[in-house]
Design a binder for this molecule. Structure first.
Ligand code: FMN
Length: 179
């Protein structure tokens, strides 16, 4: 097997094995790891290559706890040593489209989730968009400008336990040649 093939093998395994991680050890996430995660996010495809995103990296305990307070399904932020808030800026997206801005930033968020897993870290998508109250909470805590949408909060840390992969493959969802 060539080095390239081997690398691709590791890549697809990370995709297939990734799980949402909601329990973390207290060990901090290194700055270099956080940078790698944001780099992975920014490597995502976007419509017309507009890259309409912004990222808020949070490592302060108080800020992480405050984020958790207003996110009904984000209580794990209270244990996470870091989080990356993936934001999108519709005015920078192709045709100023909210829909494309959300799709583009979602690609970035998924890249971060996969990169975290590939680096031995864990993360989970905590929803902000499209819930007005949650977006207002995240925006308020982090001082995000009004025209910027906080799409999701991704807590990051070292998984407290190994989660087995789930096989979600469903052949009945695949149509060949036509529906
Ligand atoms: C749009 C979206 C919103 C989600 N919101 C939350 C959330 O607020 N809190 C949470 O714990 N998990 C959230 N999740 C994670 C899902 O619950 C999780 O991906 C799903 O149960 C499948 O599990 P897996 O990621 O381990 O494969 C969200 C995922 C997506 C894609």
């Amino acid at each position: 097997m060539s080095a390239g093939e081997q690398q691709r093998g590791v890549g697809i395994q990370a995709i297939l094995d990734r799980r949402s991680v909601r329990d973390f050890t207290p060990e901090p996430v290194r700055e270099a790891e956080l940078e790698q995660l944001v780099r992975a996010g920014m490597a995502a495809p976007t419509a017309k290559n507009m890259q309409p995103w912004a990222f808020v990296v949070v490592t302060g305990r108080e800020m992480l706890d405050r984020l958790a307070e207003g996110l009904p399904y984000g209580k794990m932020l209270g244990k996470a040593p870091a989080a990356i808030v993936v934001c999108t800026r519709p005015e920078l997206a192709n045709n100023g489209s909210l829909e494309l801005a959300v799709v583009d930033a979602t690609c970035a968020a998924e890249n971060i989730l996969l990169a975290a897993h590939a680096l031995g870290l864990g993360s989970v998508w905590v929803a902000s968009y499209p819930y007005e109250e949650r977006m207002a909470h995240v925006g308020g805590v982090l001082g995000i400008p009004g025209e910027v949408i906080p799409l999701c909060v991704l807590p990051v840390g070292r998984p407290a336990a190994v989660k087995p992969p789930i096989d979600k493959y469903k052949s009945e969802r695949i149509h060949r040649e036509r529906w």
